[in-house]
Write a protein that binds this ligand. Structure first.
Ligand code: DX5
Ligand code: ZN
Length: 223
């Protein structure tokens, strides 16, 4: 019997928790990660404002890591393609933030820019909300905190949704990544892995560690 080889977990440190006065050095410290998570907030979809296209263009010039943009903005179809063109490798936006026609159009726009497209779900949004788009997506993002801020506690109530999404992905689009965002530590990472995650975002846990490379490895489960 062939033994199933499981793909290693991918880690995507969230720049939101970095020291913005030293971005270049901060990015160097997480070079052993698999992706770089880039949170965009507009102060409308979420009660916070973060960073946008000019910062993305600068970050693009100083890292080889694929940039994993997470748009927490209202009517994201206005901007999804612009982020793809500004250097994002993956552009994810919220299924709650636009209407079905615009969502489909934004996914197509990201793909036409040669980038990967993702849809994110807030904690209150059921897994099934992804169904109209599942075959079009390269990534699904499950929020395990209310989007808006780093450093919040992992919501264990989302684990059942992670499991449902793993089943839906396996049944409809097996190459789609399942990313979990919010409250990830080495402990919650193991739960997410068990329930079927393939990519983990971690902000405060990684940037709060003195040895970031070691912390990335701990979250990945390699130590
Ligand atoms: C929250 C953001 C997250 C956040 C994660 O709105 O989408 O990516 O930076 O931060 P931690 O890992 O500290 O929960
Ligand atoms: Zn995020």
């Amino acid at each position: 019997m062939p033994t199933e080889t499981k793909k290693p977990l991918q880690i995507s440190p969230s720049l939101l928790s970095a020291d913005f006065t030293r971005l270049y050095d901060e990015i160097e410290t997480i070079a052993s990660a698999d992706l770089l998570h880039f949170d965009v907030m507009d102060g409308v979809f979420v009660p916070n404002i973060s960073i946008g296209i000019p910062v993305l263009e600068s970050v693009r010039r100083v890292t080889k890591l694929p940039i994993d943009v997470h748009l927490m903005i209202t009517a994201p179809s206005r901007y999804a393609e612009k982020f793809a063109e500004a250097g994002a490798d993956v552009v994810s936006f919220h299924v709650e933030a636009d209407d079905p026609e615009n969502i489909a159009r934004a996914i197509a726009g990201i793909h036409s820019a040669g980038r990967r497209a993702g849809l994110a779900l807030k904690p209150a949004t059921p897994a099934e909300a992804i169904m109209p788009y599942i075959t079009l997506l390269d990534m699904i993002v499950v929020m395990t905190v209310e989007p808006g801020f780093g450093g919040q506690k992992f919501m264990r109530g989302q684990l059942a949704k992670i499991k449902t999404l793993r089943e839906l992905i396996d049944g409809h689009n097996p190459s789609c990544e399942l990313e979990i965002d919010g409250g990830i530590t080495p402990e919650t990472a193991r739960l997410c892995e068990e329930y079927g995650a393939s990519v983990l975002v971690a902000g405060s846990d990684i940037f709060g560690a003195r040895d970031r490379a070691a912390r990335i490895e701990e979250i990945r489960g390699g130590v």
